[in-house]
Design a binder for this molecule. Sequence first.
Ligand SMILES: [Zn+2]
Length: 350
Amino acid sequence: MPLLARMLAAPLVIDVRPGAIEGLGALLADHRIATEGRVAIALGPGQGDTIAADLRIGAPAVFRVSDGSHDSAATLGRELRAGAYEAVAGIGGGKTIDVTKFAAHMAGIPMVAVATSLAHDGIASPVSSLEHESGKGSYGVASPVAVVVDLDRVRSAPGQLACAGVGDVVANLSAVADWELSAADTGERIDGLAVAMARTAAQAVLLQPGRERSDQFLTVLAEALILSGMAMAVAGSSRPSSGGDHEIMHAIDQLYPGTASHGELAGLGALFCAYLREDDEQFAALSSCLGRHGLPRSPRDVGLTLPEFARAIGHAPATRPGRYTILERLALSDAEIAKRVEEYVRAIPD
Ligand SMILES: [Zn+2]
């Protein structure tokens, strides 16, 4: 009988625990990712110089990542190529990991993601989101070969960065609903395995009662973000984790740069899409989860007026040509959008 199966490209190692960063040196050696010790580390702006000593990897070449731009990523990529390193570890938040993933891909070397915040699902994904002169772009890159999440460092991340990824991962429910809608309306093929991973990840966070910043909650959130990234790798696109919710996030980013983080806006976009879809159960579940974690639910929570938010909704489909979601299905006029936005804000429970 033929053995019919598909092979999945998955990280060699997933290490989520307090103090995980100290195991980085052993991880690189044990898994033969870097056998000669020619390792580079790329540090985000929030990381002190002393971190290199905590890593226990001899004397790595240290690079600083100052921002999340395509220019920074290309510069780092050239430096990694010039130094002929065996591997690079990106240590920091979402932007640092995105920059390092792109640079590693450019240099053709393996990348280890060491997350110090849980702001979005890029920690294990094959996508790098970078700023450029005309806004922000998503670039397909190789997935990290290992993912390390140090819960001690996540817990001490500033402000909402520790947990904004809650918004990004629960947005999978909206993304999957959009994918199913597209299958029904346009015949787009669904990947059931990618859906299973993306939806299970979202449900785990939605139903997780643990206190914010407790090890129990942060572990579930980190694992859900990793699964979400792998769902994208399985699907070969961001489809399982990005629907109308992310179109809204991209539109707000383009029209009103600097409004809020990726995860915060993805959660808000998902809640609005659930409202448009008239899925009362999903709307209530998302609203309660975002509210519980202090994440934005109303445009006013991110400092946008209702007309500003309505403008972003109108612009959203143009941010991702070819992706069919509830926004493309309804194709609302400006007047209808304004009315729906007002009704939406009234529908958010206190
Ligand atoms: Zn996202």
